[in-house]
Write a protein that binds this ligand. Structure first.
Ligand code: IPT
Length: 460
């Protein structure tokens, strides 16, 4: 007993109301310590996003922002072939459901109509000084049914002399480092947040690259601005006490460790740079799932960075080890200095998106259910199964802690896979087996396992 007396709450809903609403999975035994918010649930379902790195250094490729000198002048910024439709096409090609634009990277250049300081699109020749790439981007995303997000780090700003974790360390436009310049820097960061979060409608995801320096340490006071304008936004590396947090997975190769739980212990905020432990912890008290951010060429966030492409196989492994390990995948797009996306990049996005669609077009069988064992009958002529997709009804938290998959070949059950975390999605790959039935057996769980998908697939 029972749902109501346990006073388990699901995003403000009692467990009983949630069971009625979702029609399943009564509470039973010890429950997960924390549940996702509504924003977290929606975010996880999007699975794939596209990141867009474009900034003024692409017009002066050898410049390094940490020199804090000889910044690329605004007069260089004139991407004559920037076609925002093509950017959206790149996102659609990979099956992205959300897009995140780097509105202000480490240079400090402001890619919208800002009055905070004279280093941005107001000072650039592009669109006669009236350009607003944040506006074009967020409008286009919505036209395409993609959820817009923005990156604007407060941790670094070459124009203002700031470096990780958001301290003025060099002489910039605000003057030499001093308690006074630090205060003015924090105010500017708050102004940036105010402009970006109030002018462009609802944002799906906000990126705090490298966290945010706490107000008590001289950082900007961002939570009131978030609550006022973007209470539902998902925050990558956001302020420690904010809600709807997500975390980095510890690398820029697009792969999560396994297991990678959505929950974590107390967030650590070391001087503002927030890094959660990468695998998470199944009994952690903070819901803060991982997002795997990765450029199309290893280490190359901007089009002017030189490097090879990830191969198609590496990209597929990335998908399996990000989305297939209970995380979202945020794959980068790096438009060239003229604002267009290279044809070769477009081809690779299209091939990657197609490879995912083809791989998951025709299940050999699919079911759902609650409880410790679930069987999945496969059609007689189904052919060998080489992968299983598992998904929990995430509104009840991550209940499954250990599981196995067995195949029945007529005579006996044979174990083909064992795992721990399922969460939003786990893709289990194993040597192909011919089987009449597959069986999911949950050996250890917090509460009654609630499985929204148990499906089997061929591997081409
Ligand atoms: C790294 C940051 O430490 C982390 O917080 C996150 O923002 C990540 O970048 C995004 O890729 S720093 C990077 C140079 C590895």
């Amino acid at each position: 007993m029972t749902d109501v007396t346990r006073r388990e709450f699901i995003g403000g809903m009692s467990m009983a109301a949630a069971c009625a609403a979702f029609g399943t999975a009564a509470a039973e035994g010890p429950q997960p310590a924390v549940l996702p918010s509504k924003s977290h649930l929606e975010w996880a379902d999007q699975e794939i996003g596209m990141f867009f790195h474009f900034d003024i250094p692409v017009f002066k490729p050898r410049w390094r922002w940490r020199t804090f000198r000889n910044l690329p002048g605004p007069e260089l910024y004139n991407p004559a072939k920037l076609d925002i439709e093509q950017w959206m096409a790149a996102a659609e090609a990979i099956g992205a459901k959300y897009v995140v634009f780097v509105a202000k990277h480490c240079s400090g250049f402001l890619q919208w109509q800002s009055d905070l300081y004279p280093y941005g699109l107001k000072q650039a020749p592009w669109r006669g000084g009236k350009g607003d790439l944040v506006r074009e981007f967020t409008d286009a995303a919505r036209r395409h049914g993609l959820k817009p997000g923005l990156y604007a780090s407060t941790t670094a700003n070459s124009f203002l002399g700031a470096d990780n974790p958001g301290r003025v360390k060099a002489k910039g436009w605000l003057g030499a480092p001093s308690p006074e310049t630090q205060k003015r820097y924090a105010k500017i960061c708050e102004g940036m947040a105010e402009e970006l979060w109030s002018r462009y409608g609802e944002l799906f995801e906000i990126w705090f690259d490298g966290g945010a320096l706490a107000p008590s340490a001289g950082g900007p006071d961002l939570i009131p601005i978030l609550e006022k304008h973007q209470p539902d936004a998902i925050l990558f590396g956001g302020p420690k006490d904010a809600k709807n947090l997500i975390r980095w997975v510890g690398n820029e190769r697009g792969v999560a460790p396994y297991p990678c739980w959505s929950t974590n212990g107390r967030p650590t905020q070391d001087d503002g740079t927030k890094e959660f432990r990468y695998p998470g912890h199944p009994d952690g008290k903070v819901w803060c799932p991982g997002e795997c951010d990765v450029p199309l060429k290893p280490g190359c966030w901007f089009s002017t960075d030189r490097g090879r492409y990830w191969t198609p196989d590496e990209l597929m492994t990335m998908y399996l080890h990000s989305v297939g390990r209970n995380c979202n995948l945020l794959l980068n797009c790096a438009p060239m200095p003229d604002g267009s996306v290279a044809e070769e990049d477009m081809k690779r996005y299209a091939a990657f998106g197609k490879a995912i669609r083809v791989r998951y077009a025709h299940p050999l069988g699919r079911t759902e259910g609650d409880g410790a064992t679930i069987e999945l009958p496969l059609a007689k002529d189904a052919g060998p199964a080489g992968q299983v997709v598992l998904a929990e009804r995430l509104q009840y938290g991550e209940r499954v802690r250990e599981f196995g998959i067995e195949a029945f070949d007529g005579g006996k059950w044979t174990k083909v896979y064992s795992g721990s975390c399922i969460g939003h999605k786990h893709i289990a790959c194993f040597p192909p087996v011919r089987a009449a039935r597959l069986r999911l057996s949950v050996g250890k769980a917090a509460g009654r396992p609630a499985i929204r998908e148990f499906s089997a697939w061929r591997v081409s």
